[in-house]
Design a protein around this ligand. Structure first.
Ligand code: SF4
Ligand code: SF4
Length: 322
């Protein structure tokens, strides 16, 4: 198990209330809220309206740290100017799987000033949750990031900033031996698909079968808490000011694999589905070998044609491509 040695404190509801109030004193507060359409989204909330449990939001927390379109620099009159730093904000009621996803994004964007400036302004408070039917979270998949985790019986300090806030609120008598409480009763662990099995199964029938059903809508990537593909877009104004924007891209879109000269590395939907699964299971670039899926189940839930990465993994293992 990763990150098992965070200090934790016995939960005291009165002190917890003081802690949450102190967090809201100089930060904008976001928390999950379920709307009349039945979808849970992050909403701006007041200190009186904070949750006591985490909820899995339809659109993940990454949207606050990696907005769909953001300016990364502006150039005017021979000078570059940095992006605006967002005001401090806290997200209260984040499930553990989403804290893992933030850990992954923190690695990917470790040297990215724009991402890091948003991250520095954020305070992330995880909470215990009730797993849904699509949840298959697993503490073994990767470490968690964030600042504080509020369990049913204890409060954990994940970061030094979180520990300082916890102590200032009045929590005392920390213990370092209590593990983060991963939800029980989530579905079975992922089929252990090995990289060799994946590569032996590059021509497996499952890709064409599932690829034929895939609509290339990209919804799975939009809701995935660890998908981060982006494109760069330079916009020049009439006065010569140029602003560079980072814009979400999506590996399911037909032009994602196109390069100059018109060659397309992934012209078919089966190619694109396989590409995404490879990177969810076996990581990317310097994080190669690190699984990048936290098994939140969002992609399966949102998919209009019921494509499920776990089922594909089971099929690859079951067909014995090794
Ligand atoms: S279950 Fe799907 S949405 Fe969730 S992290 Fe894995 S690939 Fe992304
Ligand atoms: S949500 Fe489903 S149909 Fe849409 S791109 Fe993803 S796998 Fe394909």
């Amino acid at each position: 198990m990763f990150n098992s040695s965070f200090p934790s404190y016995p939960l005291n509801q009165v002190v917890l209330k003081d802690l949450l109030v102190s967090i809201g004193q100089d930060r904008v507060l976001w928390a999950p809220r379920t709307g009349p359409d039945g979808l849970c989204r992050l909403q701006l909330v007041s200190e009186e309206d904070l949750p006591s449990l985490a909820s899995l939001t339809f659109i993940p927390l990454k949207k606050l740290l990696l907005p769909p379109r953001e300016a990364v620099w502006t150039h005017a009159a021979g000078q570059f100017s940095a992006v605006d730093v967002p005001e401090p904000f806290a997200v209260i009621g984040v499930p553990l799987c989403d804290l893992q996803a933030i850990w992954y994004l923190d690695q990917v964007f470790a040297d990215d000033e724009v991402y890091q400036s948003r991250r520095m302004q954020s305070l992330l408070v995880g909470m215990a949750c009730e797993p849904g039917p699509d949840c298959r979270c697993d503490g073994q998949l990767m470490p968690v990031a964030g600042d504080i985790f509020v369990g049913r019986e204890r409060v954990w300090a994940i970061s030094a900033a979180g520990d300082s806030l916890i102590r200032s609120a009045g929590f005392s008598s920390p213990d370092t031996d209590v593990m983060l409480p991963w939800p029980e009763g989530t579905a079975e662990k992922r089929q252990n698909l090995l990289e060799e099995q994946f590569y032996s199964g590059l021509d497996a029938s499952v890709w064409e079968e599932e690829g034929k059903r895939c609509l290339s809508c990209g919804a799975c990537s939009v809701v995935c808490p660890t998908c981060y593909c982006f494109d760069m877009l330079d916009v020049a104004a009439v006065d010569g000011t140029v602003t560079r924007h980072r814009v979400w891209d999506n590996c399911f879109f037909a032009e994602h694999g196109e390069v100059a000269g018109g060659h397309d590395f992934r012209p078919g939907r089966a190619n694109r589905l396989r590409f995404r699964m490879e990177h969810k299971f076996f990581g990317f670039g310097i994080l190669r070998g690190q699984n990048s899926c936290v098994r939140c189940g969002r992609c399966h839930k949102v998919c209009p044609v019921d494509i499920d990465l776990d089922r594909i993994a089971e099929q690859l293992v079951g067909e014995g491509f090794s």
